[in-house]
Design a protein around this ligand. Structure first.
Ligand SMILES: [Zn+2]
Length: 75
């Protein structure tokens, strides 16, 4: 679990923390090179009350280096 996730889990009421986790898990990050999919939560991140389809340049575990990733909210 990432640091921000630990803080959220420790500080917020359980129901609120669960809501943030659920939303962070619904945000799927897809590598534009190899199409590996991970959720923001799996990556140790948090994404909540966000919209749009941004792109992040982050490390892809499959490619082994930084790649462009597309974020997509999956209901
Ligand atoms: Zn990749």
């Amino acid at each position: 679990m990432g640091l921000l996730q630990r803080i959220i889990t420790a500080v917020l009421p359980r129901a609120k923390a669960a809501e943030i986790e659920r939303e962070s898990r619904a945000w799927i990050v897809t590598c534009e090179d190899c199409e590996t999919e991970r959720s923001v939560w799996e990556m140790g991140g948090v994404r909540w009350k966000a919209s749009g389809s941004p792109r992040w340049r982050i490390k892809c575990e499959t490619c082994g280096s930084k790649r462009w990733h597309t974020l997509c909210y999956v209901e």
